[in-house]
Design a binder for this molecule. Structure first.
Ligand SMILES: CC(C)(COP(=O)(O)OP(=O)(O)OC[C@H]1O[C@@H](n2cnc3c(N)ncnc32)[C@H](O)[C@@H]1OP(=O)(O)O)[C@@H](O)C(=O)NCCC(=O)NCCS
Length: 225
């Protein structure tokens, strides 16, 4: 059941996934998460060295490092996967989506809880680092390459180093998933969509005027010679 819902989630969320067999065979995120179940099982039963060794083999095979003590929610997708690091006291809710080179790590040396807690339905962009025992709220999005050091409220997008919220507040509990964290359909406010369209047209017109002006200058120079 766990495997079936994981494969189904990849198919629903990754536009590149063409069949369940492809997801099963070619998605390191699936292998890493399945393997983590074994490592976590061993860890929970105090087979610490075996748990670490098992997760080390998974890292070797997938490029994804998940500490066996980390707690992962259901339907987690780790897309591409290479370079992902999920630390010992990290917790991830349900329906989260992580891209490659995401780090859920430590901000500064300390004992106890030192890795982040990620809510449900959170998207973390490629190369982002979420550091320290902070909470990332439900439905939040972390931009590619952001470094997050402060708690992120639910339904918020943060970008940059250090990560700061962008103005736009997300519609709460987005009913569907946006690949790459980018709304690419009707979920955008229609007024914003119209303005975006007008901005694109204006940019194109400016470019055309610039090209015409350059051509006119060339003609004048040629006529003068
Ligand atoms: C953060 C993200 C989800 C925002 O998407 P969005 O809501 O459509 O936001 P916008 O594109 O309208 O950008 C809002 C502002 O944040 C800036 N911004 C967006 N992403 C950023 C990023 N990763 N780092 C820094 N600034 C970023 C934009 O330039 C814009 O700034 P402005 O208001 O000054 O013009 C998206 O940009 C992102 O990083 N997604 C992850 C994609 C990814 O990891 N892909 C890997 C695929 S293999």
């Amino acid at each position: 059941m766990f495997l079936r819902e994981t494969v189904r989630t990849y198919r629903e969320r990754d536009p590149a996934a063409r069949s369940s067999l492809e997801v099963l065979l070619c998605y390191p995120g699936v292998h890493a998460v399945m393997w983590h179940r074994l490592s976590h099982w061993l860890w929970e039963r105090h087979f610490f060295l075996l748990g670490r060794f098992s997760s080390h083999i998974a890292r070797w095979l997938t490029g994804i490092e998940i500490h066996p003590a980390a707690k992962l929610g259901r339907r987690l997708v780790i897309d591409h996967g290479m370079g992902v690091v999920i630390g010992e006291t990290a917790e991830i809710g349900d329906d989260c989506y992580l891209y490659h080179q995401v780090t859920l790590g430590v901000a500064r040396a300390m004992g106890g809880k030192r890795h982040p807690t990620i809510g449900n339905n959170v998207i973390i962009g490629a190369g982002a680092a979420v550091l320290g025992p902070i909470t990332v709220g439900d439905n939040a999005r972390v931009g590619a390459n952001a470094v997050v050091l402060d708690p992120v409220p639910p339904d918020t997008t943060v970008v940059g180093i250090p990560a700061r919220p962008v103005d736009r507040k997300l519609a709460s509990k987005t009913p569907h998933f946006d690949p790459y964290g980018m709304p690419c359909d009707d979920s955008l406010d229609p007024v914003v969509r119209d303005l975006e369209g007008m901005r694109a047209e204006l940019t194109e017109l400016e470019a055309r005027v610039a090209r015409l002006a350059a051509a006119q200058t060339q003609q004048r120079q040629a006529a003068a010679e």
